[in-house]
Design a binder for this molecule. Structure first.
Ligand code: SAM
Ligand code: SF4
Length: 416
């Protein structure tokens, strides 16, 4: 018996899908990468942008045909889109057996047990995973006006720090080398007085853990205490993903981001002063309602001024339930596209220039894949590093001398 899981969206969804996979494996099901061979198909959905929803419906179209030919197949739709479009999915896709929203994703075992023979359940076996994502907080209470997350994942709830510690310790004891702590805004984590800096100190004390990462940071909540901890703590990777969204104060206000560009800039310079080898990456939304050429120019100049290591640029997409729906989506698709390309082009030039500083330097790489005699891993700054190797070095930390730099990756030779 086999299962297939398709994941759309962010690391949170990847993490939820991992939990689902783990449960189904413990029930005796084997994972397949071909949905046409699966007895259970789970589609984990995203709703942050319309394009993610479109992707989900087109996969559901293919699943309809599969179900027609194989009526015993169990099809489930879970995640963020399943949360708010529950009725629509049920109506448009009657062949779907269950729909489970992101807020109740922990109930997956209970739901699937109604369809499968739960007598099959075996004990979960700990498997060795070099990289592990751990969710430290669910939901978000920031209500940025463009964002659907607070509506589909609920308000922010921090998870018990002792539970996070036990989970992390168990993973490290089973071979995990790198942990990434996940939350929509990790900086506002607070469980009974344990704030995010304390949590990082607690997790990084686990012996055997090599690297600790986290995302995402909200500029309004990133404290001096945390900056000092990142600077001081050797296990904490030197990468901060710090979404700016826009550098126009007028647009930032309309987005309800609660900082000005000047405040964001001060924060970036403070971080760079304290942690000179830090890589700061960011998210930008282009074409937010009423964004003028002048507003966009501010964002473009900010990218030049702050020299981000990488940018994720999104075209504004109106989302149900959000406050920004009240604004007129008045920036044309063509202008959104033009702004995205312009910014992306500039961002790639900047990243390539920053990355060229690594040439002739040695970096520590934690290897994650091996194909055609090329290993790939990441350095502390979260840059992909490629190098030739004769054997699979997955899970090992090796030194690589960099001899080439592109906008999104480095390459070089391993030092033996
Ligand atoms: N919590 C994180 C934060 O505060 O930045 C990110 C969460 S969101 C899933 C990831 C990114 O998607 C955001 O930073 C934003 O740039 C983008 N995004 C969210 N809603 C969007 C929308 N309606 N249209 C376009 N991009 C959007
Ligand atoms: Fe969405 Fe803003 Fe929360 Fe990020 S901080 S998840 S963008 S509401």
């Amino acid at each position: 018996m086999k299962f297939f899981i398709e994941t759309i969206g962010c690391q949170m969804n990847v993490n939820d899908s991992d939990d689902i996979s783990e449960y189904l494996s413990s029930c005796g099901y084997e994972k397949t990468t071909d949905y046409l061979k699966a007895d259970i198909v789970v589609l984990n959905t995203c709703s942050v942008r319309f394009s993610a929803e479109h992707k989900a419906y087109s996969f559901l179209g293919r699943l309809k045909e599969y179900k027609e030919q194989n009526p015993n197949v169990i099809i489930g739709v879970v995640g963020c889109m399943a949360q708010y479009a529950y009725k629509e999915i049920k109506k448009k896709c009657p062949f779907v057996d269950f729909v489970l929203g992101a807020k109740n994703i922990q109930n997956f075992p209970e739901i699937i047990n109604k369809f499968i023979d739960s007598k099959q359940t075996k004990h979960k076996t700990a498997k060795k995973e070099t990289f592990k994502y751990i969710t430290i907080a669910r939901g978000c209470s920031n209500f940025c006006t463009y964002c659907i997350v607070p509506f589909v994942r609920g308000q922010e709830v921090s998870i018990d720090s002792d539970k996070i510690y036990s989970f992390a310790k168990e993973a490290v004891d089973n071979g995990t080398k790198e942990i990434t702590l996940l939350g929509q805004n990790v900086n506002s984590y607070d469980f009974n007085g344990t704030n995010f800096t304390k949590l990082i100190q607690k997790i990084s004390s686990i012996s055997g853990l090599e690297r600790l990462r986290f995302m995402t940071n909200h500029p309004k909540d990133l404290s001096d205490e945390l900056i000092n901890e990142i600077a001081r703590n050797n296990k904490v990777c030197k990468h901060i993903h710090l979404p700016l969204q826009s550098a126009s104060d007028r647009i930032l206000k309309l987005m309800n981001r609660k900082y000005t560009y000047e405040q964001y800039k001060e924060l970036v310079f403070k971080i760079k002063n304290k942690i000179p080898d830090i890589n700061i990456t960011s998210d930008i939304i282009v074409g937010f309602p009423t964004e003028t050429d002048d507003d966009f120019k501010k964002t473009f100049l900010a990218a030049k001024e702050l020299k981000f290591g990488g940018l994720f640029i999104f075209k504004y997409s109106p989302r149900p339930k959000t406050f920004a729906l009240q604004f007129n989506d008045d920036v044309s698709v063509e202008i959104k596209q033009k702004r995205l390309y312009e910014l992306l082009e500039e961002s790639n030039i900047i990243s390539k220039k920053i990355n060229s500083n690594y040439i002739n330097k040695k970096v520590d790489v934690l290897v994650e894949s091996f194909q055609d005699n090329i290993c790939c891993g990441r350095n502390s700054q979260n840059l992909k590093v490629f190098f030739p190797a004769e054997q699979n070095l997955n899970g090992k930390i090796v030194k690589v001398n960099i001899n080439n730099a592109l906008a999104n990756s480095l390459s070089g030779n391993m030092i033996v």
